[in-house]
Design a binder for this molecule. Structure first.
Ligand SMILES: [Zn+2]
Ligand SMILES: [Zn+2]
Length: 81
């Protein structure tokens, strides 16, 4: 598991919080994941919990919707072929 992902896991976060210098964290009230900046939290809540507003990417060939730009870009490549 990548370190960045690991840092976001709830159990690791508890350990991290008690051993590492205080840091401003933003936590998701729905799944207890933690983020270092509010932007990441907002994006997370939009993608995983349908909360707030964010960008939606729509494929103009099949009208499929994507919240994650990466997935959308990948889809466009396959949808064309
Ligand atoms: Zn969450
Ligand atoms: Zn498509």
């Amino acid at each position: 598991m990548e370190l960045e992902k690991l840092k976001e896991s709830p159990s690791f976060f508890l350990w991290w919080k008690s051993h590492v210098k205080p840091y401003k964290w933003y936590s998701c009230t729905d799944c207890n994941y933690h983020f270092r900046c509010n932007d990441d939290l907002v994006k997370h809540q939009w993608i995983y919990h349908n909360k707030g507003t964010g960008e939606i990417y729509v494929c103009n060939l099949c009208n499929k919707q994507f919240k994650i730009k990466n997935n959308y870009t990948k889809h466009l490549f396959y949808c064309r072929t």
